[in-house]
Each structure stands twice: as structure tokens, then as C-alpha cells.
Write a protein that binds this ligand. Structure first.
Ligand SMILES: [Zn+2]
Ligand SMILES: [Zn+2]
Length: 291
């Protein structure tokens, strides 16, 4: 473990203290993105009013997202800085899809990002999990529609109606049973099949808003955390160490042994034990005991 010290000691105050921060978001996400950073760093949030983040991609397929979630969040943050005339911005981007190892399970990932051009700082945090109502179904009758609505947590979680090949027929933000019951029957009579989706916009989807809130909390914690060597913000997890030893033979396995925390600017690093407290692995996961 080595450290070097840049010019002088670390500043007394966090360099982002009281910073004006553009909030590049729609759909009410500022309600969960801003408070954690306000509490820790007293930032002054400036809402990027009029910024159409839907232009960067939507969840109903009318505007496809180009690039990864991280690239998209960066583009949103840049657009927010331009609109608000700040050198700092926060943005978020969600991704939903089938679980990579359990095909029938949906996986949700919320990425939040802070960019600061004055320092040249980028800090990212995520919330990844299976707690999501991301789903869709094709229905031919009202009973199936009501069953789907119940499954996704309607009406506190809203619905989207879509007709294949007819984007102009899409209706988002359905949050009342009466509205669903009025809109759907004529569509069914005309098209036979109607696609129902969970509305993934954050202000229509409390499950998603909670996930963004968790990611935002992590982001603020990480931005506030400074390197003990040079004072640079954003100190936190940068890598993992594999080699969790086998409980039987003690040989290292492929499983993660520790998380490496580090500084983005200097070489200060330290290892943090696994959060689940495991210090050894099952012989079944050992390539010596169970080749
Ligand atoms: Zn073993
Ligand atoms: Zn450092």
C-alpha cells in the first residue's frame, strides 16, 4: 500500500461544499436525487427545466436508448450543465431486462452519476436487484388485463397500453381503474390484442423511485467520502479481490474475498471484507475439492 501526496495537505472543506448542481432529470426524480447530497454537502440544486430526458430513450420503445446506461447518464448530465450554466450535474438512468442467469426473473438497475468539470470528477453509484414490476403482457380480454394490473401493483403503479405497429395508439400513465376500463374495450374490439406494460417512469412507479433513492443515497455517500491521502472526493469501491479460501482445503477459490476501495486520483487503496461476513467458501465451490 503506497500513497503520495499532491501539492500540500487536503483542503479543510469538501471541494463540492455548497456547489450549484444541475439536476438533469424528469419524472420527479429530483425528490430522491437531491436530498442526500444536500444533507451531506449543502449543494444548491438547479432543476434543468425544459430538458427532455425522454429524448435520450424511453421504456416504451418509441425512442430507443443509444449506448450504455453510463453513457446515457453522462449525456443527460452534460445537457443539464449546459441548460443550467453549472459545472456540476447529477443524472440517472435505469435499465430493465431479463435476469442474466434466471431468464424468467426481471432485473432492474438504477445508475446515478455526478459529474464535476471543475475538478474533473465523475462518481457513479448503482442499485441492482430483482425488486421491480417491469413486465408486459398481450391481452385479449378485460379479465387478463385486470390480472396483469394487479400483478404490477396497479393503481399506485401505473400502466401503459400499446398496440403493435401503431405507436400513435400508445397511452402512458394510466393510474385509475375507470380509465383502464374505458380505454381498453374499444382497443380490444378494434385490434383483438392489446399490449399492457408497467409504466417505468419514476413518478408513475414507486418501486422504481425507491430503487433510485437507494442509488442516490449511495452516490451521496461516495461523493462525500474523501481519500485519506489527498482529499479527493469519491473514495470507494474500485475493484474486487478473488480467492475466498475453501473451508475444507484452504485453497483460494474464484469467489470474491474482499472489495478494494481506492482513490481515483492517487494510489491509496484498502481492502474491505465481504459485506456478508463470509471468510471461506463451501468445498462444492472449490476447484480442488470439487474439480
Ligand atoms: Zn477445497
Ligand atoms: Zn487520493
Amino acid at each position: 500500500m503506497t500513497q503520495h501526496h499532491d501539492s500540500g495537505a487536503q483542503p479543510e472543506h469538501h471541494p463540492l461544499l455548497g456547489r450549484r448542481v444541475a439536476v438533469a432529470t424528469m419524472h420527479g426524480k429530483e425528490a430522491v436525487l437531491v436530498p442526500p447530497l444536500q444533507q451531506r454537502l449543502g449543494i444548491e440544486a438547479v432543476l434543468a427545466n425544459g430538458l427532455d430526458t425522454d429524448a435520450f430513450g424511453t421504456f416504451v420503445g418509441d425512442v430507443p436508448r443509444l449506448g450504455t446506461a453510463l453513457e446515457t447518464a453522462r449525456r443527460k448530465a452534460r445537457a443539464g450543465m449546459e441548460r443550467c450554466g453549472t459545472r456540476t450535474a447529477i443524472a440517472s438512468e435505469g435499465s430493465f431486462g431479463p435476469h442474466p442467469s434466471v431468464p424468467l426473473l426481471p432485473l432492474a438497475a438504477e445508475l446515478v452519476l455526478l459529474l464535476d468539470d471543475e475538478l474533473g470528477l465523475e462518481v457513479v453509484a448503482e442499485d441492482v436487484g430483482i425488486e421491480t414490476n417491469f413486465a408486459g403482457v398481450d391481452v385479449t380480454d378485460m379479465a387478463a388485463a385486470h390480472a396483469f394490473a394487479q400483478r404490477i401493483g396497479f393503481p399506485s403503479h401505473q400502466l401503459v397500453l400499446m398496440v403493435a405497429g401503431e405507436p400513435s395508439a400508445t397511452v402512458r400513465g394510466i393510474g385509475e381503474r375507470e380509465r383502464l376500463d374505458a380505454l381498453l374495450p374499444p382497443l380490444l374490439r378494434r385490434h383483438g390484442i392489446v399490449q399492457l406494460r408497467s409504466d417505468m417512469r419514476a413518478d408513475r412507479n414507486p418501486t422504481r423511485m425507491r430503487a433510485i433513492a437507494r442509488a442516490a443515497e449511495r452516490l451521496a455517500e461516495r461523493v462525500a467520502c474523501r481519500c485519506v491521502g489527498c482529499g479527493w472526493p469519491g473514495y470507494g469501491a474500485i475493484d474486487v479481490e478473488r480467492g475466498l479460501p475453501c473451508a475444507e482445503c484452504g485453497e483460494p477459490s474464484e469467489l470474491v474475498r474482499a472489495v478494494v476501495h481506492g482513490c481515483a486520483r492517487c494510489s491509496v487503496r484498502h481492502e474491505v471484507p465481504r459485506s456478508d461476513g463470509r471468510t471461506s467458501c463451501d468445498p462444492g465451490q472449490c476447484s480442488w475439492c470439487n474439480p
